[in-house]
Design a protein around this ligand. Structure first.
Ligand SMILES: *Cc1c(COP(=O)(O)O)cnc(C)c1O
Length: 505
């Protein structure tokens, strides 16, 4: 750090050894009584060839050592429970704590997926009702909860598109092997399409940030399997041409896939089914407030029109009278994309959220999310370029290109925000905007928080004018300083040498 820099680390951080580097032989958190004699059950269950002679090389630590180690690690991370987290496209809204109580109820937490349906009627009812609600929110017909994340929902949806076209193939027709995707799409869209065996045809954005209709018209045809679209898109803009887009794709025989990972602008206002989409995935871990990222597993349920329902993964929950059962006998199903029924604990939280909000509350969520985003855009616009200057939806994208004359990039602003106690916005995405900063405040933030964030950006702007190195070397107050992010992504070293082994790079 040079002499000009005025922000020494607030608290010197001591290095945190790994759990394997702690403790001492014989130290224990829990003492179990030794078994009386041999364990005949164990002998029967685990064949001798699979049994280990020496005990496994586990850390030997006391309970306080374990608790302190992991609590300290958790405190080094940024989370929605510690600060504002406007990471665009990720919908880092607050996760209500009462949901954790519901999900711990023994009737939910102690279920076994192999239990007979007769003994899990409450769980099946929860899945059935949640399905009805997601159908109502999307304007579509049936859902599966198996996909474990948004990208997994995309892949599942593309497998349905493939199954649908296979079932409706005309003899002699060219193969439907192309998926159209706008250039502003989330990176998972083209990745999922090529993973599903499709060729990706990129459609550019027009001057208003929507899909270029002329290029779309030239691109649809007999080889079009479908179109993947996010609306509002990753620029936070609503594509008003959506009905025309849907008609063009449908007339060519293609299907429409709605990437609904961030549905935070449309709840109770606009339905993908009414826009003309055939398949939607929702990220329960974004829009429906279940924990996210390091906080736990996600869920990317997909909802489909009636004509795609026969191809959904099995099982589906069916209601007969007031009883519920799991139905596997669906001959056109693509099979299973995940064990059992998806991440049930995530479903419980999303169910609680929707039940607590109700239809009016969900609409309020979206109205507040859009209001917060527009407010923050109005406060930040003086510091940036606004590439597509229209009212935004739940998020917006500004460009830090004007800061280049100071030798400062969007990434530097993002890193400096960490010193001010804020999680940075998404940077360098979408790719159609240079030096993009993508900001998604969500509805769960107060006016004071939004103002404090805008004030921090204004202060950083001042710093950029007087001491740009302060930004280029940021962050200064975090546990680790600026990281080699490309190196971490391309050459990750995730190995730890156990029992004197070599550390392999
Ligand atoms: C987050 C996101 C995804 C991917 O969801 P995951 O659960 O991370 O797989 C896809 N599309 C958009 C627009 C997203 O924001």
């Amino acid at each position: 750090m040079d002499g000009k820099t005025q922000s020494p680390p607030a608290i010197p951080h001591r290095p945190e050894p790994l759990i394997f580097e702690r403790g001492a032989p014989g130290r224990r958190a829990l003492d179990l009584p030794a078994p009386d004699g041999p364990l005949p059950e164990l002998d029967r269950l685990v064949p001798a060839s699979l049994r280990r002679e020496a005990p496994p090389a586990l850390p030997e630590v006391s309970e306080p050592e374990v608790v302190r180690h992991y609590t300290r690690l958790s405190q080094r991370n940024f989370s929605v429970d510690t600060g504002f987290y406007p990471l665009g496209s990720c919908t880092m809204k607050y996760n209500p704590k009462v949901h954790e109580e519901f999900v711990s109820l023994p009737g939910f937490s102690r279920l076994h997926p192999y239990q007979p349906a007769e003994t899990v009627q409450g769980a099946l009812r929860l899945m059935w009702e949640l399905e009805q609600w997601l159908c109502e929110i999307s304007g579509l017909h049936r859902a599966t909860f198996q996909p474990a994340a948004g990208a997994h929902g995309e892949l599942t949806g593309l497998m349905l598109i493939k199954a649908y076209h296979a079932a409706h193939a005309q003899p002699g027709a060219p193969p439907r092997d192309e998926i159209l995707i706008p250039d502003s799409a989330h990176g998972t869209n083209p990745a999922s399409a090529s993973m599903a065996g499709y060729r990706v045809v990129e459609i550019p954005s027009d001057a208003r940030g929507g899909m270029d209709l002329d290029v779309l018209r030239r691109s649809v045809g007999p080889r079009t399997a479908g179109l993947m679209l996010t609306n509002p898109n990753t620029l936070g803009l609503y594509d008003e041409n959506i009905l025309e887009i849907a008609a063009l794709v449908h007339e060519a025989g293609g299907l429409l896939y709605y990437d609904g990972a961030n549905a935070n602008a449309i709840l109770g206002i606009s339905r993908p089914g009414d826009m003309g989409f055939d398949i939607v995935h929702f990220n329960l871990h974004k829009t429906f407030s279940t924990p996210h990222g390091g906080g736990g597993p996600g869920a990317g349920p997909i909802v489909v029109t009636e004509k795609l329902a026969p191809f959904l993964p099995v099982p589906l929950v069916e209601k007969e009278g007031d009883r519920f059962r799991l139905v596997y006998d669906r001959p056109q199903s693509i099979g299973q994309v995940r064990a059992f029924y998806g991440h049930f604990g995530v479903l419980v939280r999303a169910y609680a959220y929707i039940l607590a909000m109700g239809p009016e509350g969900l609409r309020q969520v979206s109205e507040d999310a859009v209001l917060n985003a527009n407010y923050l855009l109005s406060r930040l616009r003086e510091h940036f370029a606004v590439p597509y200057d229209r009212p935004c939806m739940h998020e917006f994208v500004v460009s830090a290109a004007p800061w280049r004359r100071l030798g400062v990039r969007g990434l530097d602003i993002a890193k400096r925000l960490l010193d001010y106690g804020f999680h940075p916005p998404t940077v360098s995405f979408p790719l159609v905007v240079e030096e993009a900063l993508m900001v998604e405040p969500t509805e769960t933030e107060t006016l004071e928080t939004l103002d404090a964030f805008a004030d921090a950006v204004a202060a950083i702007r001042q710093e950029a004018e007087t001491d740009p190195d302060l930004l280029r070397e940021a962050p200064h107050r975090t546990v680790v300083r600026r990281l080699d992010e490309a190196g971490a992504a391309r050459r990750p070293n995730l190995c730890w040498p156990l029992a004197g082994g070599e550390l392999t790079p």
